[in-house]
Design a protein around this ligand. Structure first.
Ligand code: SF4
Length: 605
């Protein structure tokens, strides 16, 4: 048996898979980090598992909980072929906790409740998790339909805490599937694993996320939560004038700064947050939490104690991020509230988090370029593998790509006539094309203007929309309006019997990232590593291409899918954008008449 066969979950390979595994094996001998570009449908998960088996133990990070089940499915396949494969998975304790029974609470806030209950010996699920046989948990993982079912069975059938049962199993496993925070936060890593991260390989899925530090290292709090935390200080401690003033000042400054959805920087000195102040907030939050829990527990209600929300805990832990000088505070406002967002503004937080692992494999259909990983993330001598060059099937062959040259989302042309023109093009695909039509916009503001011209037709994403919301509300022939880089444009898969129901992806404007104070800060730190022109190219051209290609990748999930891709902005003709997208434009249409004709032709295929 060759190395590739030995570590592969399936009895046969898709084109290019065996070659990719062999290349990773060779590259991993001399490189600490390998970037793998592999298209939709290539079977990246199986590649990740094979790599993890070659350089075990490994942690496979996924962006959302929903992405755990497909990895578990491949691990089960592997354990059918290779005896003795041990695996586990980990995600948020607050979602798994049987004591919460569906009640919602912030993870940071919950973690303190859980810790207090464990320290006091009051959580019987935790006690049981320490004594059960690991093979019982393994059996459940083998039999469970998905990760949700596994969690349910551990608490119901074994009477044990799912999180700590799975964490125990993870410590003795070769392969652990975990959501991003458990891989990128050292504190969370150590809640699960006893060994140092340097004993593990990290398999990072959807690695294009690493271009935006705030996607992994940020936290946000609404102004109302800050105000509630002032009341908590009064209720549980009888007041603390210094802290009440400080929190009130933070709330007022955030409210005054926040004008729209763009992030505006708040100077730390304006907030009055030095190390001493941050320590005081944290100590007070812990005291408030202890007293609040004490009150509930004196009545003996462990379930209520587990779900007790203390806003000050979330406020304190978010603000504590500012102790690291690579983080900054920002304000923005949405229809619900004004928000304080604390976010990393330096990519070194990412390379630092990756650098602790023995080996890292970054996988994506649209990973950042090699020079970006080397220069901006600061990774020494990474290696780059392109699965398409090693024989992988290309989904781009199944796409008809058309560019509409009279459209643009350029700021100087954003006005009613352009919104109406976009609406007319979208109207054409809606009227003449079957299937789901995914329309991707550069921003919420732009999207709402066009949707208004369409009379509000279709499913419209908002900041809090989840993929489950969409799947519950979508019809087979509907329009879906989403924002580039958002949950829907990068996360949805609408399939039936293995085939994608998305027939068209319409990129309504180049999805350049929004220019705001966060972006200015990011560019400021990047200029230390690259020239102004290069920074601009990375931040705008590379990011816009990644976002557009991620959305386009939603349409073709198998070799049987055929999709129409509309590049709805004349700027897609620019070589700077095309060099990252690598997409061949089949036809350029100059007006709506030509577009209509083309749609009819496509529909008859
Ligand atoms: S069951 Fe107990 S130990 Fe487990 S997450 Fe809930 S509170 Fe924590």
């Amino acid at each position: 048996m060759l190395v590739a066969e030995e570590f592969f979950p399936y009895p046969s390979f898709r084109p290019g898979q065996r070659e990719v595994i062999e290349r990773i094996r060779i590259e991993s001998r001399s490189h600490g980090l390998v970037i793998l570009r592999a298209p939709t449908g290539f079977g990246k998960t199986a590649i990740g598992i094979s790599t993890g088996k070659m350089i075990s133990p490994a942690i496979h990070s996924v962006r959302t909980r929903n992405e755990i089940t497909p990895v578990l499915r491949d691990l089960k396949k592997l354990s059918e072929r290779v005896r003795g494969v041990r695996f586990s998975f980990i995600h948020s304790a607050h979602v798994m906790c049987p004591l919460l029974m569906g009640r919602s609470i912030d993870p940071e806030d919950f973690w303190l409740n859980c810790q207090i209950l464990r320290d006091m010996g009051l959580c019987t699920y935790y006690t049981r998790a320490q004594s059960i046989d690991e093979s019982d948990v393994e059996d459940i993982l083998e039999r469970a339909e998905n990760h949700v079912d596994a969690v349910r069975r551990i608490s119901r059938d074994l009477g044990a805490c799912p999180f700590f049962s799975l964490a125990r199993l993870a410590r003795g496993s070769e392969y652990v599937v975990a959501t991003y925070p458990y891989v990128f936060s050292r504190d969370l890593f150590s809640t699960v694993f006893e060994d140092e991260p340097s004993s593990y390989s990290a398999i990072i899925d959807e690695a294009h996320m690493l271009t935006d530090p705030s996607a992994i290292f940020s936290s946000e709090i609404s102004i109302s939560r800050i105000r509630i935390s002032i009341n908590e200080v009064r209720e549980y401690l009888g007041g603390d004038p210094y802290l009440e003033d400080l929190l009130d000042r933070i709330a007022r400054i955030t409210e005054n700064k926040a004008r729209d959805e763009r992030l505006r920087k708040i100077d730390r000195s304006e907030l009055g947050l030095d190390s001493e102040a941050i320590d005081h907030i944290i100590e007070t939050a812990l005291e408030v939490k202890r007293r609040a829990m004490g009150r509930i527990l004196s009545g003996g209600d462990v379930g209520r104690a587990a779900s007790k929300r203390i806003s000050l805990a979330k406020v304190a832990l978010s603000i504590a991020m500012l102790e690291d000088s690579r983080f900054e505070a920002f304000a923005y406002i949405d229809p619900q509230s004004a928000w304080l967002k604390i976010s990393a503004v330096d990519h070194s937080v990412i390379s630092e988090a990756l650098g602790v692992y023995r080996f890292s494999l970054l996988m994506s259909g649209t990973p950042p370029s090699l020079d970006y990983v080397e220069r901006i993330l600061g990774v020494k001598e990474p290696s780059y593998i392109d699965a398409l060059e090693l024989g992988a099937w290309s989904p781009y062959k199944n796409m008809a790509v058309v560019l509409a040259s009279e459209l643009t989302s350029r700021y100087s042309e954003r006005a009613d006539p352009m919104y109406s023109l976009y609406a007319r093009y979208i109207d054409e695909i809606d009227n003449h094309l079957d299937g789901v039509k995914l329309i991707i916009y550069p921003s919420y503001r732009f999207m709402l203007k066009v949707v208004e011209k369409l009379g509000g037709r279709g499913y419209v994403e908002n900041r809090r929309t989840t993929i489950e919301d969409l799947l519950g509300g979508i019809e087979k022939n509907s329009l879906v309006h989403a924002v580039a880089g958002g949950k829907l444009s990068e996360g949805i898969e609408i399939t039936e019997s293995g085939r994608s129901l998305i027939r068209c992806v319409f990129i309504a404007g180049v999805p350049y990232p929004q220019r705001d104070d966060y972006m200015d800060e990011i560019m400021r730190t990047m200029r230390r590593k690259a020239s102004e022109k290069e920074v601009w190219d990375y931040v705008y051209n590379m990011s816009a291409s990644i976002r557009a290609m991620q959305a386009i990748g939603r349409a073709v999930r198998s070799e049987d899918d055929i999709a129409l891709v509309v590049l709805g902005d004349r700027r897609f003709m620019a070589a700077d954008l095309r060099k990252y997208m690598g997409l061949r434009i089949g036809r350029i249409v100059r007006n709506i008449g030509e577009f209509r004709e083309l749609i009819r032709m496509f529909n008859s295929i």
